[in-house]
Ligand binder design. Structure first.
Ligand SMILES: C[S@@+](CC[C@H](N)C(=O)[O-])C[C@H]1O[C@@H](n2cnc3c(N)ncnc32)[C@H](O)[C@@H]1O
Length: 737
């Protein structure tokens, strides 16, 4: 074993030698690391001996700071830089071969410059350098280096980790960039205590690091001095709290930057642990120091092993299905680390990570997501549903025929709010959807057909719904005249036939005791597709919607206040099926309840009323008055934004599984040719002036010249000088109930 160690040590020292570290300097550090890593070579050899090189660099810096009188710790010998070893620890790597230092200049030399004024370091104030009273034990300094992430980053790649045993005298852990800078850095004296706060309570002044050196002691920081705003030229008000904040140190020579985590990155799990502070300090020499502060009940906290913390965080990310969650962010990752420190550090009171699998900015990873594989979604309150991460490469996670990426032009890793992707509708709770083969009579299907109904000489029974002619062309498009009629229904609803319920379930859902009179429901044109009882094949031209999305779509951030939107990657002809609006099938009453609840949480309910087949004079039972809610379970249809009048999509009710018109598919077809990358929009048919009690209608930002929901337009109507058409009912608005 000694022979193997000898050889390993020889190679390690040779590698260090190439970096300009002599044997004398490298050997003691190597010995320390060897012991620290339980005599394992793997962590030492990893990344071309990176841990070793960094530890040597640390030693160099430490020994330099030790040599500075103002930072000389009280007593104790120099640190590891000179290779001082505790007695009795020499023998571990006996037989280490002598390696001569080459006289040639190495590719980069990490040897510190001669004078302390020409090096860069971060150091605690002199007063903070003294070891805590009575402290003689070796402390553990644990460092997290956020490494640059070339290519697709992984949490493991982002975190380079090593631990370094340090003597108690080593009070000033130095922070380095990942690679030593070949150019000697500019002289910097980074007195962290010189950084001030601009936001008391949010960003704290740097603290006495020495207090937190004992691994088993609880965290203790210096009290926060009041901010000296007069002296701070960069005071930023609370409204700017998500921005990077410039701090200046007291002598205003060395800038430091403090970055607060965004509010979402501090939304952590039930342990209540959050990143209270993320400080980023930079020096003109290009060095950057990051520090995290999180807090836990000091009476319960025992500093956990950093490896365990890393493992906990890595486990969470591995659970996010190989890809990083789309809402991945560095502050989110830091939050995970803080959270894991606290969780592990207080493990005797908090269960291990099975309780919490949050990743990124608080989204729950897929591996614990309940999902919705069954045809009925869970009846628990949705506010309590766990959150789902999105796959930026395909928001449908493989559930559609095509991948539907989330375009992220801003490059900031932004992501749509969490919801569970379902390619088709799911019954929530009380809604009755009568889907049974027995219900499909001979008149509702074409059992005798074969192959493609569209190529048969006589249209089949399924075409009866569309007047005996198929709505689709052999090329799979909806015929232009059919689409035009659907469009016209949205553009001039008053010119189309409406039915009026005796007692309207929509009104009942809002006020059961004394519902308002029905405001009418447009009688829409349906398409009936062939289905299971039909004799034709799946390739029959009368099966379009049921075959799913065919065109390449993408979800994108509109960037103009309308949130996320849907667009096509390629040009689309008129009449092309884009997608359906899928979601939970709820009764109108259930949706209204949800909408009111969501409103309290400043969240819109994305629901569409399935009233296209409500018949005249009837009195629909509550459980038959259905809606589709895509808020929590939905497909890409939930991203289609509203555009007043000249939208490029038309909504068509399509019957697939049942002739019962209380339930149908809400299918979107292009109402005209659409250009590549053009946003896909639909006129929700909203009356923006309608009062819906607690449920608010959004202010329309569609930009159409026909816009009826902009603030200006509504103001004009209120002032009486608009040409409003009077009150009309909003029916298909996925932005309200
Ligand atoms: C079905 S969702 C559409 C997707 C949504 N933009 C998102 O980010 O999830 C409907 C919601 O989008 C927003 N929205 C849609 N069209 C809009 C428009 N023209 N102007 C302003 N907001 C709009 C409203 O908040 C509405 O409640």
């Amino acid at each position: 074993m000694v022979g193997r160690n000898e050889e390993k040590a020889r190679l390690a020292l040779a590698a260090m030698n190439k970096l300009g570290f002599g044997r004398k300097q490298a050997t003691p550090v190597l010995k320390r690391l060897f012991r620290l890593f339980d005599r394992q070579w793997e962590p030492i050899e990893a990344d071309s001996y990176r841990a070793l090189a960094e530890a040597i660099l640390d030693d160099q810096l430490q020994s330099q700071s030790q040599s500075q009188p103002q930072h000389q710790p009280n007593g104790g010998s120099g640190g590891g830089g000179g290779g001082n070893e505790a007695p009795g620890q020499e023998e571990e790597l006996d037989g280490m071969p002598e390696i001569s230092t080459p006289s040639t200049t190495p590719s980069f030399r990490a040897t510190p410059p001669q004078s302390s004024s020409s090096r860069t370091h971060f150091r605690a104030p002199a007063s903070a350098s003294a070891p805590p009273p009575g402290s003689t034990a070796r402390g553990i300094v644990e460092r997290v280096v956020l490494a640059p992430a070339p290519g697709a980053p992984s949490p493991t790649a982002l975190l380079t980790k090593h631990k370094q045993m340090m003597d108690a005298e080593f009070q000033q852990p130095a922070f380095f960039p990942k690679h030593p800078n070949p150019q000697p850095p500019q002289p910097v004296d980074m007195d962290a205590s010189g950084c001030w706060d601009v936001q008391p309570g949010l960003i704290l002044r740097s603290r006495n690091r020495n207090r937190n050196r004992n691994a088993s002691s609880s965290s203790e920081f210096n009290a926060v001095p009041p901010p000296d705003r007069d002296r701070n030229p960069h005071h930023i008000s609370g409204s700017d709290k998500n921005r990077a904040i410039q701090h200046h140190n007291r002598n205003a020579e060395m800038p430091a930057v403090s970055v607060e985590p965004t509010s979402s990155s501090t939304l952590i799990n039930g342990t209540g642990s959050q990143v209270q502070e993320i400080d980023v300090a930079s020096s003109p020499g290009g060095e950057v120091k990051l520090s995290l502060k999180c807090s836990a009940d000091p009476s319960k906290l025992n500093m956990p092993d950093l490896e365990a913390v890393y493992k906990m965080v890595e486990d969470k990310y591995h659970c996010s299905d190989k890809l990083l969650p789309p809402d991945f962010s560095i502050p989110g990752l830091m939050a995970e680390i803080c959270q894991s420190v606290v969780q592990l550090g207080t493990q005797h009171t908090v269960e291990h990570i099975t309780q919490s699998r949050t990743v990124g900015n608080g989204s729950t990873s897929k591996c614990v997501e309940g999902g919705s594989a069954s045809s009925t979604t869970a009846p628990q309150p949705h506010s309590a549903l766990s959150r789902t991460t999105h796959d930026v490469h395909d928001i449908s996670k493989g559930q559609e025929n095509v991948k539907i990426p989330i375009a992220n032009e801003s490059g900031r890793g932004k992501c749509p709010p969490s919801f569970s992707y379902v390619p088709g509708n799911e019954v929530f709770q009380n809604g009755i959807v009568n889907i049974s083969l027995a219900q499909i009579g001979a008149e509702d299907c074409c059992a005798d057909c074969f192959g493609d109904c569209l190529s048969a000489p006589v249209p089949c029974a399924c075409a009866r719904v569309t007047g005996g002619a198929y709505a689709y062309t052999p090329g799979g498009l909806v015929k232009p005249d059919f689409i035009d009629k659907c469009v016209s229904m949205n553009r001039v609803p008053e010119a189309h036939h409406k039915v009026f319920c005796k007692t309207c379930p929509l009104e009942r859902s809002r006020d059961k005791a004394s519902p308002e009179p029905c405001r009418g429901h447009l009688v829409r044109k349906f398409i009936k597709e062939c289905w299971s009882k039909c004799g034709c094949s799946m390739r029959c031209g009368n099966r379009v919607v049921q075959r799913g999305i065919r065109f390449n779509l993408e979800v994108f951030s509109t960037g103009n206040g309308r949130g996320w939107g849907l667009r096509t990657q390629n040009a689309l002809p008129k009449g092309a099926f884009v997608c359906e609006y899928a979601g939970e099938i709820l009764t109108c009453a259930e949706v209204h309840e949800r909408a009111v609840e969501n409103m309290k949480n400043a969240r819109y309910t994305h629901a569409v009323v399935l009233d296209a087949g409500w018949s005249s004079g009837g009195s629909l039972k509550d459980e038959e008055a259905l809606c589709l809610d895509g808020t929590f379970y939905g497909n890409v249809g939930r991203f289609i934004n509203h555009r007043c009048r000249d939208s490029n999509l038309a909504m068509v009710p399509v019957q697939v599984e049942t002739p019962d018109r209380h339930y149908y598919h809400v299918a979107f077809f292009t109402s005209r040719k659409v250009e590549a990358l053009e946003e896909l929009t639909w006129d929700y048919g909203i009356d923006f002036d309608e009062e819906l009690g607690p449920v608010k209608v959004f202010e329309c930002l569609c930009g159409s010249k026909y816009c009826r929901g902009s603030r200006r337009h509504r103001q004009r109507l209120r002032n009486g000088n608009g040409n409003g058409t009077g009150k009309k009912r909003s029916r298909g608005d996925p932005g309200q109930d």
